[in-house]
Design a protein around this ligand. Structure first.
Ligand SMILES: Nc1ncnc2c1ncn2[C@@H]1O[C@H](COP(=O)(O)OP(=O)(O)OP(=O)(O)O)[C@@H](O)[C@H]1O
Ligand SMILES: [Mg+2]
Length: 297
């Protein structure tokens, strides 16, 4: 079965290379090709992955991009809660084969589309080869349907998280200035770098009081990475600590919609523009190829 799966994946990769994708309503400024994929991850929980993912999705959608946010936190998913959505279908239905990823897309505030996560579902490692293959095929379909696919992963380095990290075009590691968050961010970077050495990893420092503090955190992490891993992440930017963020969560609204001019929203705008610029540059490999490389071995 595993050999068959690997063979099928090789064929798909060959097909992927040969395929000329039909752009579906491609947004202006984007080459006629697949979506850029970006995972928002962290070592420590509670550092702001979901806040960043949701508000980044809103911000990019407001810039005219077709954005899909996949809430891939299979343990404690909550992007739907932050957006005040009661999703009829979520990732657990997709995994169970009861609907497709595309069928589970829901319109979210601000104009992006959400695939809600599944709280309480066990690790992706528990998925069979068949289920993984099916999920992968469906993600490939989505790539033709969006400019950007954001993936909000769970915290830490479990197999499901790592699977997404090695598959996406860019990894945004979120940390705060807390020593425990910094140490755990380094642990994630170390683990993914050991799995694959050509990843585009960027560090976003959340809940800071100014850019200088963020730079100091970044310098510490990148210094340790260079010393022990021989490579370092790039600086993605910072998000200021802002009381409007938890306030908006309590009101179940993305803060960039509720308080578009607050300090955290201004940071999200800057981040969205940076990511957008990066997304408009062509890349060599598709999601499928990367995922296949991970699955085949
Ligand atoms: N820039 C910020 N300023 C102030 N509070 C923030 C900021 N970013 C996030 N928070 C708050 O931190 C808490 C955790 O944020 P969030 O749920 O986004 O983290 P997470 O990394 O997704 O957590 P988990 O690992 O549980 O999924 C929330 O209460 C949120 O309002
Ligand atoms: Mg979260």
């Amino acid at each position: 079965m595993i050999v068959d799966q690997a063979e099928a994946l090789r064929e798909l990769v060959a097909e992927d290379r040969a395929a000329s994708y039909r752009p579906v309503g491609q947004a202006a400024g984007y080459p006629a090709r697949r979506a850029t994929t970006l995972a928002v991850t962290s070592g420590k929980g509670g550092v702001g992955k979901t806040s960043v993912s949701v508000n980044l999705a809103v911000q990019l959608a407001r810039m005219g991009r077709r954005v899909i946010l996949l809430d891939a936190d299979l343990g404690t998913a909550n992007a739907d809660v932050v957006c005040n959505i009661n999703p009829p279908r979520n990732l657990s239905h997709v995994v169970a084969g009861r609907c497709s990823l595309r069928q589970s897309l829901i319109e979210a505030p601000g104009g992006f589309r959400l695939i809600a996560g599944a709280s309480g579902l066990s690790q992706m490692a528990a998925l069979s080869e068949f289920e993984r293959g099916r999920l992968m095929d469906q993600m490939r379909e989505l790539e033709e349907d969006a400019d950007l696919i954001l993936v909000d992963t769970g915290a830490g380095v479990g197999p499901n998280v790592l699977g997404f990290l090695v598959a996406v075009d860019q990894i945004l590691v979120v940390t705060t200035p807390e020593p425990t968050a910094i140490t755990d961010a380094y642990a994630v970077i170390k683990t993914v770098c050991r799995l694959q050495d050509d990843l585009d990893i960027r560090l976003l420092v959340n809940m800071v009081h100014g850019e200088r503090e963020a730079r100091e955190v970044f310098d510490r992490v990148s210094g340790v990475c260079r010393r022990f891993l021989g490579t370092a992440p790039r600086f993605a930017g910072h998000v200021l600590s802002d009381t409007r963020v938890p306030q908006a969560v309590r009101r179940r609204q993305p803060f960039v919609l509720e308080h578009p001019a607050c300090p955290a929203s201004m940071c999200m705008q800057r981040l969205a523009h940076r990511i957008d610029r990066h997304a408009a540059t062509p890349r060599e490999h598709g999601l499928l190829k990367r995922m296949a490389a991970w699955l085949i071995g």
